[in-house]
Design a protein. Structure first.
Length: 262
């Protein structure tokens, strides 16, 4: 029992040393990596005095380990914008794009200036063909061309009074007409083209009366075609009449030519 006080003293001393080490470790963690402990006893006390305590210097604790790194600080503020760089080289030309949709139709423009006057064209009136003839006596024989020997107009000589026929020289469209005095007999006449009857006219004679028979037609003729009038049928239809007071006429003229430029 005489060693019990000494044993208790030593346990208290060990507890005091352990507590001192923990305090030194906490101080190092708060100050960063700064070295707090020093082997030189004068570094701990600027007066140079030895630490007071129940234990000698040889019983001091070992230096502690450096503390852990602290938490990262907050991000700093953004820096100022740098100077503008030089313009880079132009890139290669892109591919041609697809055509866009048509736009809305714009307003109608003003009329343009009149064009230059064209060259004078070929007039149809440079081609002439016309005749107008009449009877001097009664028609004699049926089924033969009637010879109109009274010439009113025949400058181009396209009508032949010796045959009673008109011969086409200028191809084109022609107008033909006839007005016949009917007396003593009925009349039936036909207009012929190249030996074929084209149209007919019939008039029935009334006793003690003078009648009129007429007809007209447009025909497309070629050069060399022939046109004439003749009594169609028997002698009983030969009532065409003419004297100094009554005329029977036949006429025709070119309406327009159908020539083609070669």
């Amino acid at each position: 029992m005489k060693f019990l006080p000494g044993l208790i003293f030593c346990l208290l001393l060990v507890i005091n040393i352990s507590y001192s080490k923990e305090a030194e470790s906490l101080t190092i963690d708060e100050l960063g990596d700064e070295e707090f402990l020093n082997d030189d006893p004068s570094a701990e006390d600027p007066t140079g005095q030895q630490p007071r305590g129940p234990c000698a210097n040889w019983m001091g604790g070992a230096p502690g380990y450096p503390g852990h790194n602290g938490a990262p600080g907050r991000d700093g503020r953004d820096g100022k914008d740098g100077a503008k760089g030089e313009q880079g080289e132009s890139g290669p030309k892109g591919e041609h794009g697809e055509p866009g949709t048509p736009g809305v139709e714009g307003p109608r423009g003003f009329p343009g200036n009149p064009g230059l006057k064209g060259e004078k064209g070929e007039s149809s009136f440079i081609y002439h063909s016309a005749f107008s003839v009449g009877l001097t006596t009664r028609a004699t024989l049926p089924n033969l061309p009637i010879k109109f020997s009274k010439i009113f107009f025949n400058d181009q000589k396209h009508y032949d009074e010796t045959t009673g026929k008109f011969q086409c020289t200028v191809p084109g469209v022609y107008y033909f007409t006839y007005h016949l005095t009917v007396y003593l007999k009925d009349v039936k006449v036909s207009l012929y083209k190249n030996g074929r009857p084209i149209m007919f006219t019939f008039d029935q004679f009334q006793n003690n009366n003078v009648d009129q028979a007429s007809g007209s037609i447009l025909l497309l003729l070629e050069a060399g075609d022939e046109i004439w009038l003749q009594v169609y049928g028997e002698e009983s239809y030969n009532g065409i009449y003419a004297d100094n007071d009554n005329d029977s006429t036949f006429m025709g003229f070119l309406v327009y030519p159908s020539l083609t430029n070669s």
